[in-house]
Design a binder for this molecule. Structure first.
Ligand SMILES: [Zn+2]
Length: 203
């Protein structure tokens, strides 16, 4: 039920997100997501052919993580890369995994211009809380994944409760924690988190 992890080991089911160095050789027997992280935007567009191959791999369950991070440079290129991943998510009918930092107004502006047709998974979601409703109005098939960073915040309960129960996910990301520890922090039931995981990734 781990919706986003970079850990080499962990309990299944989980969505392992490939690092930039793993795009040439995804792990065997592991469901994975592949994309160009906004922190590694220098890989765009050169890595497109490698990614294209990965997207049709039988173990590929999601496109990304892609996204926008205003704390990192080359925003215009980040947007171009995001739009390419968005196209591929729809071509391959897979969910789009998004990393967003200080760019909720950017993503809302993009969603106002173009309708999304596959599930979107906002990973390590940290608000702001009012954005949840605004995103869901434009794209009701959006899931919001919470990791240890977000769940440790003092207002995390408030943020968690802004998200409809069937759209909540949990993740370990790069924390090194087990998903069970994150589940405990979230106070969600394992059945619910497992069900949401399967729905989000259409498994
Ligand atoms: Zn990640």
């Amino acid at each position: 039920m781990d919706a986003h992890t970079h850990r080499a080991e962990g309990h299944h089911p989980r969505a392992y997100v490939l690092a930039a160095t793993e795009l040439m050789a995804p792990p065997d027997h592991e469901k994975f997501c592949a994309g160009i992280h906004p922190w590694h935007i220098s890989g765009y567009p050169a890595q497109k052919p490698d990614l294209f191959k990965l997207f049709s791999h039988r173990n590929c369950i999601g496109i990304g993580e892609t996204g926008l991070d205003r704390l990192y440079p080359h925003l215009a290129l980040q947007v171009e890369s995001l739009m390419w991943h968005w196209d591929k998510a729809e071509d391959f009918e897979k969910p789009l995994i998004l990393h967003l930092v200080k760019s909720s107004s950017d993503i809302l502006a993009l969603l106002k211009k173009r309708k999304a047709r596959t599930h979107w998974i906002f990973h390590d979601f940290q608000g702001p809380a009012d954005v949840v409703k605004r995103i869901l109005k434009l794209h009701p098939q959006s899931f919001f994944s919470f990791g240890p960073r977000g769940l440790a915040r003092s207002d995390s309960r408030h943020l968690w409760e802004q998200v409809p129960a069937h759209l909540r996910l949990i993740e370990t990301d790069d924390s090194g924690l087990e998903i069970e520890a994150v589940l405990k922090m979230s106070q969600a039931s394992p059945e619910e988190m497992s069900k949401n995981f399967h729905t989000a990734f259409s498994l």
